[in-house]
Design a protein around this ligand. Structure first.
Ligand code: BUP
Length: 459
């Protein structure tokens, strides 16, 4: 009998940064004739997640959907964090065992499950009971993944994050300066830290770890981890990125597109800090000054709350009317969800001021758009270092974590000018884009890795 394409279930966890790569991969698998089941937790934290899930399903009628109820956390059950996404990771971990019956009775039978790193520990026993391969998907850089995988070892030594050391050392990986480490990692009791450490301990049980990165972007780190230098018990690390985007244009407020269409090529700075950064009003004011001072055209997506459902402030309450007036020909400020993919693909975009969420980095890499990195929290400082090293952008380290300090408009303005005028950087970034295209093209390294996994899983 000839082999038939595998049936793969995908289990993402909370937040658009986690959902997006899963939906993209689901679409890629579906177009390669796999049977795909998308598993989603309900209720979701943000409105963006629920609307993207519905939209995805409407575009992919062949994809099966399992929705499961998460057992909610008790209010203020965790004294170390009130981050709704982090609490949802924990709630999802407590609930994934509920999936067993529907996964066991899937038809055709499941060939494998691709589950998020954040649920690795609680899902490992479910996968073992089902007796099917489990691949873990991480939604960050390979370098930050190394830090997460090695976290249990670091936490076992009280001196690992001691302020007397200037950097954190992980075998095989270039040292990470202490200020780049998420501050929560210094507290082993913090929910974020304990979730990651527990997930890390389950990695050795997985069949492979799929990553949205590519060999040319992080060659040394990928070589180190795949030769067992970081830890000797990890399954293969499988770089399959940058993931293809499926998102067709949505009916949404795209009032900025006609404006963008009328701007010269590579003249506009696109400014966005992802779906989870709530910038302070003082920093928003400085950023507006910086954009104006730079003299460059800009498209700025502004958010003021961690969860979109809470974002109620209007532009006129956040920015001075005189600013909006003075810059009305130079720029656009947008509130609410935009199609970042369409924006980054637009020829008018010449630079990207961004928080370095890994999806955004890979999206900029695909298009070879130079970035000005301004990490806000989590994996973003390590990601900033990775993209700078790869030639995709610049990073002003002294700005620190965006959510902690206040950077002046003057400095921001200067850095934007640097980003837009650095022709060498533009050339390097373009090369990154070419390499990304090669990796995912027919016969490219990332494409081959995914093909091999799917061939292995054929039934
Ligand atoms: Br905001 C926003 N439109 O308006 P990251 C984001 N995106 O398409 P994050 C939009 O969401 P984590 C918007 O293109 C990317 O694919 C964007 O993921 C898209 O950052 C995704 O870049 C956001 O990884 O997540 O949201 O901060 O903290 O998990 O990295």
């Amino acid at each position: 009998t000839t082999a038939s394409p595998p049936h793969i279930a995908l289990l993402p966890s909370a937040g658009m940064g986690h959902l997006t790569p899963f939906l993209r991969l689901a679409s890629m698998l579906s177009s390669r004739s796999c049977t795909v089941t998308l598993i989603t937790a309900s209720p979701s934290v943000s409105a963006a997640e629920s609307s993207h899930i519905s939209f995805f399903l409407s575009q992919h009628p062949l994809v099966k959907h399992i929705e499961f109820q998460v057992i909610p956390s008790k209010p203020s059950s965790n004294p170390t964090t009130d981050d709704p996404f982090c609490l949802q990771f924990e709630a999802t971990n407590r609930s994934v065992h509920l999936l067993y019956p529907s996964l066991a009775s899937a038809s055709p039978p499941l060939s494998a499950i691709f589950s998020d790193f954040a649920v690795a520990s609680s899902f490992a026993p479910v996968a073992a009971d089902l007796g099917i391969p489990n691949y873990i998907i991480t939604t960050t850089s390979c370098k930050f993944f190394c830090l997460m995988a090695y976290l249990p070892v670091l936490l076992s030594d009280p001196l690992s994050f001691s302020s007397s050391l200037s950097e954190v050392s992980i075998p095989g990986v270039t040292p990470m300066p202490l200020p780049s480490i998420p501050p929560q990692f210094k507290n082993p009791n913090h929910l974020f830290t304990s979730l990651i450490a527990t997930s890390a301990q389950a990695l050795s049980k997985a069949n492979g770890i799929l990553m949205n990165t590519f060999d040319d972007f992080e060659p040394e780190t990928l070589a180190a981890i795949n030769s067992g230098r970081v830890l000797d018990n990890l399954p293969p690390i499988l770089p399959i990125g940058p993931l293809e985007t499926f998102e067709p244009k949505k009916e949404q407020d795209q009032s900025y597109l006609p404006w963008l269409d009328s701007q010269p090529e590579e003249s506009v700075v696109y400014v966005s800090f992802g779906s989870r950064t709530a910038m302070s009003s003082a920093q928003i004011r400085e950023l507006s000054k910086g954009l104006e001072r730079s003299g460059y055209r800009f498209l700025w997506v502004l958010k003021t709350s961690k969860v979109d459902k809470d974002d109620k402030e209007e532009l006129k309450d956040l920015l001075e009317e005189s600013f909006l007036d003075r810059t009305k020909n130079k720029g656009r400020v947008v509130k609410g969800w935009v199609s970042q993919q369409d924006i980054l693909e637009h020829p008018a975009i010449g630079g990207f001021l961004n928080h370095c969420g890994w999806n955004s980095v890979m999206e900029a890499a695909r298009k070879g758009i130079p970035m000005l990195a301004w990490p806000q929290h989590g994996d973003q400082s390590v990601n900033a270092e990775v993209l700078e090293k790869a030639g995709l952008g610049i990073w002003e380290r002294k700005w620190g974590w965006g959510l902690e300090g206040l950077v002046s408009g003057e400095e921001i303005g200067k850095k934007i000018v640097e980003l837009m005028e650095d022709e060498k950087l533009r050339g390097l970034a373009r090369k990154v884009g070419e390499n990304a295209g090669k990796a995912t093209g027919i016969g490219g390294k990332s494409e081959k890795v995914l093909t091999e996994v799917l061939e292995y899983l054929e039934q």
